[in-house]
Write a protein that binds this ligand. Structure first.
Ligand code: C5P
Length: 218
């Protein structure tokens, strides 16, 4: 089997907790791609707003994003509902989205040399950030299943939150992400739908891998 020389770009859009992050990590590992969870950048800015309310302006955000290290994005302090809600509020701001865009495009089109390409997941990756991606997946699952998965993750992290709260927050975030004016979450016609409601992680990845292998190895 021969690998195409071209940079492999994978763009994934999805509502929260649909399994996009899990699939993106599996894709990254399988095809040696650089992975960026773009939601973490919005969460990082959402946390900046919560922790530095007085200093929080575009100049401050720009400075922080310029110096942003990937290690910041894997910190546990980004994994709370409070931060997720703050992220979806600041994500409506056109100027903030523009600041984040430069960082994302660099990761997508100029990943570190050791990688064969990139995989980005978020809400506007196919529609705005990596419009010409080699692979475009829209990953989704029912609200109830997503809430169950997120609730389980919180339990493992010992977070004190009820299932009802998780469900309500996800519903609100879905609404906010889909109805906002700038870069709303939507499925494009040219993206492949992967509904993980009744699929295991393994079964979802099998579907994705079959699609990718067909195009990459020829
Ligand atoms: O994916 P995650 O749930 O961590 O994203 C947190 C929030 O960041 C989302 O609810 C959304 O409002 C925002 N976001 C976005 N565009 C992206 C990724 C995330 O607006 N590409």
């Amino acid at each position: 089997m021969k690998l195409n020389k071209k940079l492999i770009t994978v763009a994934i859009d999805s509502p929260a907790a649909a399994g996009a992050g899990t699939q993106a990590k599996l894709i990254a590992k399988e095809y040696k791609l650089f992975y960026l969870d773009t939601g973490k950048i919005y969460r990082y800015i959402g946390l900046l707003k919560l922790n530095h309310a007085k200093k929080f302006n575009y100049k401050f955000i720009r400075k922080k994003i310029k110096k942003l290290k990937m290690s910041e994005l894997s910190k546990k302090n980004l994994l709370s509902e409070k931060v997720a809600i703050s992220a979806s509020i600041i994500a409506k701001d056109k100027k903030i989205r523009k600041i984040v865009q430069t960082f994302q495009k660099k990761c997508a089109y100029h990943p570190p040399k050791k990688y064969l390409g990139s995989v980005l997941d978020g809400r506007d990756i196919i529609t705005v950030q990596v419009k010409d991606a080699m692979f475009k997946f829209f990953i989704t699952a029912s609200l109830n299943v997503r809430a169950k998965r997120r609730f389980h993750e919180y339990k493992l992290l010992n977070k004190k939150i009820t299932f009802k709260e998780v469900l309500k927050n996800l519903r609100n975030r879905d609404k906010s992400d889909k109805k906002r004016k700038h870069s709303p979450l939507k499925k494009t016609k040219d993206s492949i739908l992967i509904n993980t409601t009744k699929l295991s992680k393994k079964a979802s990845f099998k579907k994705i891998k079959a699609i990718m292998d067909k195009k990459i190895y020829n």
